[in-house]
Design a protein around this ligand. Structure first.
Ligand SMILES: *[C@@H]1O[C@H](CO)[C@@H](O)[C@H](O)[C@H]1NC(C)=O
Ligand SMILES: *[C@@H]1O[C@H](CO)[C@@H](O)[C@H](O)[C@H]1NC(C)=O
Ligand SMILES: *[C@@H]1O[C@H](CO)[C@@H](O)[C@H](O)[C@H]1NC(C)=O
Ligand SMILES: *[C@@H]1O[C@H](CO)[C@@H](O)[C@H](O)[C@H]1NC(C)=O
Length: 436
């Protein structure tokens, strides 16, 4: 296990973000997009929000399980109606704005298209390809069509994405110009391949009109842009500020930690049975100064199953249940706070707190370190304790799961999470995400 760096030391120099303007080209392969939490506009306490997200996460997990057990080398993406962050973007010429879910667990970019055989309600007009001068259908022998696994040649390049919960989107693959970024700094990307969905069943998308896939497949946004790097920086659940998604050299942090220490990276490993997902190599977890006695194979990919993925669309980290039980037992044993019997949906380990502020948590609950290959990640307390001040409880924001463990977005708050797609590595850099 490599050098240690603590995410609590926030003294790091943050990126000086230089925003490119105008058209995306191979020379300016770099732009930023604001993203917001789905449901972040509702008036819920943090704990209520988490409860809702735990349910949502369970649904997502069920989809993951379905896709893991449905056989075959290539699976449908895991997404099907939830996902935690959305972005604004536009499609076509003239540009029609819409809202889409960002999903690191699936690869296709798609939106609902006219003429709809079946479209769900969306807040903006459904995209009409006939009104866009830059729209083109793709031929069956295009790279896009051949690269997308659930496509077949039928009246053009026909695609289907059936999700684990049996919702689906169906239509034809096409290209058009997409525009990303906020009003001052827009970047347009011509000829981006996407799914024009004319038959979209049972996909409630939280007021979004489609999905932007950021997973590893060839049709994802990051693959099509050909960027070496993308990263995101998620603001805490409790502040409603926007988070940031960066592509290209903006995300390519050539940063060092304080004292010139290099930023460590951990390998993003591949699972041929689940080629879309970003798998991490987790070697162990420490509670306080004690490395837990979790058998190593608990976190390894075995026969295409198990393993640990990093996902932006799952809120709290789910650990394989043996590991979860070992962790929570030790966590309670080392905590100085009184265990609360406040049983809340999906959060089993809670403590009584007075204010639940940083000082009380630091004194009251042990530190938590995830040992990834080449990178030890000490989480700040606020990335694993969720506080309800009203009731006076603080709960551990983690949940047990069957075999596939997921490093969720609650644990990734206030860190620049950098995916290097050329080196196949991931880094975590402490940051104030609302200040980027
Ligand atoms: C998207 O646009 C809407 C309407 O202009 C705005 O209220 C919202 O904050 C934007 N969301 C993001 C993530 O930029
Ligand atoms: C398919 O590709 C071949 C070779 O690149 C090309 O000659 C042919 O016109 C293409 N067919 C269609 C329908 O685009
Ligand atoms: C694109 O393909 C679809 C499906 O075959 C077809 O309905 C549509 O008219 C085509 N659009 C254009 C502009 O060729
Ligand atoms: C990264 O930093 C190193 C050391 O300062 C420097 O040699 C290298 O050129 C930098 N790389 C990029 C891409 O800026």
């Amino acid at each position: 296990m490599a050098q240690h760096f603590s995410v609590t030391s926030l003294s790091l120099l943050i990126l000086v973000v230089v925003l490119p303007l105008g058209c995306y080209s191979s020379r300016s392969r770099s732009f930023r997009v604001s993203i917001s939490r789905v449901g972040g506009d509702k008036h819920l306490s943090d704990v209520e929000f988490i409860q809702q997200e735990v349910l949502r996460g369970k649904m997502r997990l069920n989809r993951l399980r379905t896709s893991l057990t449905s056989g075959g080398a290539f699976q449908a993406p895991v997404f099907g109606g939830d996902g935690t962050f959305f972005m604004n973007l536009s499609i076509g010429t003239p540009a029609i704005p819409f809202r889409a879910i960002m999903d690191t667990g699936s690869d296709l970019i798609w939106t609902q298209c006219k003429p709809c055989k079946l479209c769900f309600r969306q807040p903006t007009p459904v995209f009409d390809p006939a009104l866009s001068s830059s729209f083109h259908n793709v031929s069956c022998n295009s790279t896009l069509c051949k690269g997308f696994i659930n496509s077949k040649c039928r009246n053009g390049c026909h695609y289907t994405n059936v999700y684990g919960d049996e919702s689906s989107t169906e239509g034809f693959l096409a290209t058009d110009t997409f525009t990303f970024g906020d009003s001052q700094h827009k970047v347009s990307v011509p000829n981006l391949g996407f799914g024009c969905g004319v038959d979209n069943q049972g996909v409630g998308l939280e007021n979004a009109a489609g999905i932007v896939g950021l997973a590893r497949g060839p049709s994802s946004l990051v693959s099509q842009l050909g960027v070496q790097t993308f990263s995101y920086c998620l603001t805490p659940i409790s502040d409603k500020k926007k988070s940031t998604l960066l592509f290209g050299s903006l995300a390519d942090m050539n940063l060092t930690l304080p004292h010139g220490a290099p930023v460590n990276a951990t390998p993003l490993i591949k699972n041929p049975s689940q080629p879309l997902f970003y798998y991490l190599s987790l070697e162990g977890i420490s509670v306080g100064n004690d490395l837990l006695r979790i058998p190593r194979q608990v976190f390894q990919i075995v026969d295409g199953g198990g393993g640990v993925i990093i996902d932006s669309g799952t809120t709290i980290t789910s650990l394989q249940e043996d590991a979860y039980n070992i962790l929570t037992q030790e966590f309670i044993a080392q905590s100085k706070l009184k265990v609360s019997n406040f049983a809340t949906m999906g959060l089993d380990v809670c403590f009584e707190v007075r204010s639940g502020d940083a000082k009380e948590l630091k004194a009251g609950v042990p530190r938590l370190v995830f040992h990834f290959t080449g990178l030890d990640l000490e989480l700040p307390r606020e990335n694993y304790m969720i506080v309800n001040k009203g009731i006076g409880v603080a709960c551990l924001a983690m949940a047990p799961t069957g075999s596939l463990s997921i490093f969720g977005n609650f644990q990734q708050q206030n860190m620049m999470v950098v995916h290097d797609l050329v080196k196949d590595t991931l880094s975590f850099i402490p940051a104030k995400c609302d200040k980027l």
